[in-house]
Ligand binder design. Structure first.
Ligand code: LR7
Ligand code: MN
Length: 762
C-alpha cells in the first residue's frame, strides 16, 4: 500500500516533470519563433515606416535631429538668448575663450609697444586673428648665407636645408627686417620662458627631429601690415600664398535694414497663422511639407539673425578667394522658399566671389516654375536657369549644374535655405587653403511650422550609423579640450549631410563627380563623403558659415520608382564600391534582401570600381581607423576557436571534413569566424547543412543553408541554429564519432552549445 502510494506519488512527480518539460519546450519554441519574428518585425516596421514616408520619425531616431535653440531679437539688434550649451561644454568653451583673450591682449600689447610697427606710420593697421595651430614661425633674411643661422635661431634647432619647410607646406618668405621680430619669435618658441609675454605652455612645445612646433592652437591678434603678420605666423589657417592679403570677413547683408521691419517672419522670428487662415494653412501644407501658407507671407528677402560665434566677425580671409557658382537643384519647390533661397545668396554674398547662381529645374511639374520663374529671375544678371528635359533626380541634376558652372568652386545648396551673414567667405577660405577641403556650413533650422530661424548647438559633426544612416553627433568634451577648440574652429566630419557644401570644381571632377548611377535621392552624401576621405580629401563644417534649411517630414515630390527601393539600391551601390568587406555590416542591418543580385539589380559598377583604383584611394579600414575611429565596426561578429561545451573540444576542419579535436589556439585548422551575414567561415569555406548532415562548401552569402543563428543571450543561447527550417534545427556534436550533426534544437543540451574565443558585438 505504502509502496503503491509512493508509486502514485512518484508517478505524479513524473507526470508533473513530463508536463513541465513539454510546456518548457513549447515555450522555448514559441520564444524562438518570437525572436525570429522580432527581427523580421523590426525590418518590416522600418520598411513600413519608410513606405509611409515617416521620415521625420526615422530621422529623429537616427539622431538626424539637430539640438535646437530659438533666437530672439532685441530692438533690431540681433542678440542670441538662451544659449543652451551643454554646461560642461560651455565651461570648456569659456575657459578656452578667456585664455585666448589674455593671449591676444598680451600679444597685442607686445606688438603695439614693439618698435616694428610704431616706426612705420604709413603701414595700415590690420587686425589678424589666427585661431588655429601655429605650426612654425620662420623669418628669413634676404641674404642667403644668413638664412641658416637665422632659421636655426628662430626655431631653436638646426635645419639642414630648405626642404624641411617645403615638406611642411610652410611658405618661406624673405624679410629685410628680421631683427625686429626676432624678440617675439624667440619668446614664442623658447620652452618654459617665464618672462615670455605670450603665455604658451612649455609642455605644448614639442620637438620633432629638427623642428620645434608649437602645437597649441594659438590665437594671436597682431597689429601690423597684413603680409608681415601673416608671414610671421604661418598657421594652418593663414598661410601666405602668392601675395594674398587679408581682410575681415565681410558682414555684407543687403537685408540688414529690411524694407519692412514689421513684416511677418521678419528677423527670422516665428510667424503665426491667423485663426481664420488655419484651414488654408493646413490645406497648403502638402505643397511643400512645411508651412507654405506662412512662407508665402514672409518677405523673400527677410533679415535673419547673425548666429555666428562671436569670433567669426573678426576672422580674416584672403583677398584673393576663388569665385563660386552656387547651384540649386529643385523639383516642384515652393515659389517663396525658392526665391528666398536665391535672394539670400544674392544679398549676403560678396558680389565679386559670386560668379553665378545656377538653378537646375529637375523637370518640375508646377507651372509657376516655368515662365514665371524665367521672368522673375531675368532681373538678376547672375542667375541662370537650366531645365532638364527628363526627371534626373538630384544627383544627376547636380552633375548637370556642375557641368554648366564657370566658377572655380561649386557650392551646392538645397532649394529651401537661407544663407546667413558672412556665409560664403569662410567656406571659400578653406578651399583656397587646400583645394581638397570640401566644406559645409553649419546647417541651421528653419522651423517647418512657424518658419522661424533657429540656431543649433555648437560642435556638431556629421556621422553615420549602420546601415549608412546619416546623423549628427556632438564632439566629446574630451576632444574639444584636447584640441583646444573654440566654437568657430572647423570641425572634421566623417560624412556630410549632403545638401550644402562647397568643393573646388576641378577636384569635384578629379573625384569623378557623383556616381551617375545613383538615382533620384539618397545615399549620394555617403558616396561623396567616402570618396573624399578615402581619395585624399577632407570634409569640414565651418562654424563661421551658417545656412538655414527647412527640414521636411516628407518629400513633396514624387519618386519615379518606389522610394524605398530607390534609396536602398543607391546605398547598395555605395556599399559595393566603397565599403570593402565592411559592406557585410551594411547588408546585415536589414538589407539582406539586396545581396541576391539576381533579385535586386543595382546596376553596373565597373566604372566606379575603376575610378577608385585609378585614384589609388585608401581602404575603408583606413577610413575607419583614421577618420571615424569611434564607429564600432568589427569585420566579423566573433572569431577564434569554436568550443563545444558538451564535449569540451573544438571544431576543426581538416582533410576536407569537419570534426572535433582538443582545443589548440595555434592550430589554424581550428580557426573560424562568425560573419555579419551569419556564415561560419573557415577561410573561403563555410559550414552548411545538407539534409541532416553538416558539410563544408564554398561560402555564399545568399544560400540560406549556410546561415547559422548564434546568440549570446536569450533563448537558445550559444546554439548554432539553422535558419529557414520549419523546425528549429541546431548543430550538435556527436560524442562517439567526433562528428557533427543537425538535430532538433534542445535548449539544455550542452552538445548543442558553442562558444567562440572572441566576441566583438552583441
Ligand atoms: O529628384 C529630385 N530632384 C531634385 O532636384 C529630388 C530632389 N531634388 C532637389 C530638391 O528640390 C532639393 O532642393 O534636391 C534637393 C534636396 O532634396 P530634399 O530637400 O528633398 O532632401 P533632404 O533635405 O530631405 O535630404 C538630404 O539628403 C538628401 C539625400 O539625397 C540630399 O543630400 C539633400 O541635399 C540633403 N539635404 C541636406 O543635406 C540639408 C540638411 C539635411 C540634414 C541633415
Ligand atoms: Mn532639403
Amino acid at each position: 500500500m505504502k509502496f503503491r502510494k509512493y508509486l502514485r506519488g512518484s508517478r505524479r512527480v513524473l507526470a508533473f516533470v513530463f508536463v513541465a518539460s513539454v510546456i518548457w519546450l513549447l515555450f522555448d519554441i514559441a520564444a524562438l519563433r518570437m525572436s525570429f519574428n522580432d527581427v523580421s518585425q523590426d525590418l518590416k516596421e522600418r520598411e513600413f515606416a519608410q513606405k509611409q514616408g515617416r521620415r521625420k520619425d526615422d530621422i529623429e531616431d537616427m539622431g538626424f535631429k539637430h539640438p535646437l535653440q530659438p533666437v530672439n531679437v532685441d530692438k533690431g539688434t540681433f542678440i542670441k538668448k538662451g544659449n543652451r550649451f551643454d554646461r560642461k561644454v560651455k565651461d570648456v568653451y569659456r575657459r578656452g575663450a578667456k585664455a585666448r583673450q589674455e593671449t591676444n591682449d598680451l600679444a597685442r600689447n607686445h606688438l603695439n609697444g614693439g618698435k616694428a610697427y610704431k616706426e612705420d606710420s604709413n603701414r595700415s593697421n590690420v587686425l589678424i586673428t589666427m585661431k588655429s595651430v601655429v605650426k612654425e614661425i620662420i623669418i628669413i633674411p634676404e641674404k642667403n648665407n644668413e638664412t641658416k643661422t637665422m632659421k636655426a635661431k628662430m626655431i631653436g634647432t638646426h635645419l639642414d636645408d630648405d626642404e624641411e619647410h617645403h615638406r611642411n607646406n610652410t611658405v618661406v618668405k624673405s624679410h629685410k627686417d628680421v631683427g625686429k621680430h626676432e624678440n617675439l619669435v624667440n619668446k614664442l618658441l623658447k620652452p618654459g620662458n617665464d618672462e615670455s609675454d605670450i603665455n604658451i605652455d612649455s609642455t605644448e612645445i614639442h620637438s620633432s627631429n629638427k623642428t620645434h612646433f608649437i602645437q597649441k592652437p594659438t590665437e594671436l591678434i597682431l597689429r601690423g601690415p597684413s603680409e608681415e603678420a601673416a608671414m610671421l605666423f604661418n598657421s594652418t589657417d593663414v598661410r601666405m600664398r602668392r601675395s594674398g592679403r587679408l581682410h575681415k570677413i565681410m558682414a555684407l547683408d543687403v537685408t540688414d535694414r529690411p524694407r519692412d521691419p514689421k513684416a511677418i517672419g521678419q528677423f527670422g522670428q516665428p510667424a503665426k497663422v491667423p485663426r481664420d487662415k488655419e484651414v488654408e494653412s493646413r490645406r497648403r501644407w502638402g505643397e511643400g511639407h512645411f508651412n507654405v501658407f506662412l512662407s508665402d507671407q514672409i518677405p523673400v528677402d527677410r533679415a535673419i539673425p547673425d548666429t555666428r560665434p562671436h569670433l567669426c566677425s573678426e576672422s580674416l580671409v584672403h583677398d584673393d578667394l576663388p569665385t563660386t557658382s552656387v547651384i540649386f537643384c529643385f523639383v516642384d519647390e515652393v515659389w517663396s522658399t525658392l526665391l528666398r533661397s536665391v535672394h539670400s545668396v544674392l544679398n549676403r554674398s560678396p558680389p565679386h566671389l559670386l560668379k553665378e547662381v545656377i538653378l537646375v529645374d529637375d523637370c518640375s511639374t508646377k507651372d509657376y516654375l516655368k515662365e514665371q520663374l524665367d521672368v522673375y529671375m531675368s532681373q538678376f544678371s547672375k542667375v541662370r536657369i537650366i531645365r532638364l528635359k527628363e526627371r534626373q533626380g538630384l544627383i544627376r541634376a547636380r552633375i548637370a549644374g556642375a557641368d554648366a558652372a564657370t566658377g572655380e568652386v561649386l557650392t551646392f545648396l538645397d532649394s529651401h535655405v537661407e544663407c546667413n551673414i558672412g556665409w560664403l567667405e569662410p567656406l571659400l577660405e578653406r578651399v583656397r587653403l587646400d583645394h581638397r577641403k570640401v566644406v559645409c556650413p553649419v546647417i541651421e533650422v528653419i522651423n517647418d511650422k512657424d518658419m522661424s530661424y533657429m540656431l543649433v548647438d555648437n560642435f556638431q559633426r556629421g556621422i553615420f550609423r549602420w546601415p549608412l544612416v546619416f546623423g549628427w553627433s556632438a564632439l566629446t568634451e574630451e576632444y574639444i579640450k584636447k584640441n583646444q577648440m573654440t566654437d568657430s574652429d572647423p570641425i572634421r566630419c566623417p560624412v556630410m549631410a549632403g545638401g550644402l557644401f562647397s568643393i573646388d570644381k576641378k577636384y569635384f571632377y578629379e573625384l569623378g563627380s557623383y556616381d551617375p548611377g545613383l538615382d533620384v535621392w539618397g545615399g549620394e552624401n555617403m558616396e561623396i563623403s567616402f570618396k573624399i576621405w578615402m581619395c585624399g580629401g577632407e570634409i569640414e563644417i565651418i562654424p563661421c558659415s551658417r545656412v538655414g534649411h527647412i527640414f521636411r517630414g516628407d518629400n513633396p515630390y514624387k519618386f519615379p520608382k518606389d522610394r524605398v527601393k530607390t534609396v536602398e539600391r543607391n546605398l547598395a551601390r555605395v556599399a559595393e564600391v566603397w565599403l570593402d568587406d565592411y559592406k557585410e555590416i551594411f547588408y546585415s542591418h536589414g538589407y539582406h534582401h539586396l545581396l541576391d543580385k539576381s533579385i535586386t539589380d543595382i546596376g553596373n559598377l565597373t566604372e566606379q570600381i575603376q575610378l577608385r583604383e585609378k585614384l589609388k584611394c585608401k581602404s575603408f579600414k583606413w577610413y575607419l581607423d583614421n577618420v571615424y575611429p569611434d564607429l564600432n565596426a568589427p569585420l566579423v561578429k566573433a572569431d577564434g576557436l569554436i568550443f563545444n561545451v558538451g564535449t569540451r573540444k573544438c571544431l576543426i576542419f581538416q582533410n576536407g571534413s569537419l570534426s572535433f579535436d582538443k582545443c589548440d589556439l595555434s592550430n589554424k585548422s581550428q580557426h573560424f569566424s562568425y560573419t555579419w551575414l551569419m556564415l561560419l567561415r573557415h577561410n573561403t569555406s563555410c559550414v552548411a547543412s545538407r539534409e541532416m548532415h553538416v558539410i563544408m562548401e564554398p561560402c555564399d552569402n545568399i544560400k540560406p543553408h549556410q546561415h547559422w543563428v548564434h546568440k549570446s543571450g536569450g533563448v537558445l543561447v550559444e546554439h548554432l541554429m539553422m535558419e529557414g527550417h520549419s523546425q528549429p534545427m541546431c548543430l550538435e556534436a556527436e560524442v562517439n564519432s567526433d562528428g557533427i550533426l543537425l538535430k532538433g534544437c534542445d535548449p539544455i543540451n550542452t552538445l548543442q552549445k558553442w562558444q567562440f574565443t572572441h566576441y566583438y558585438t552583441q
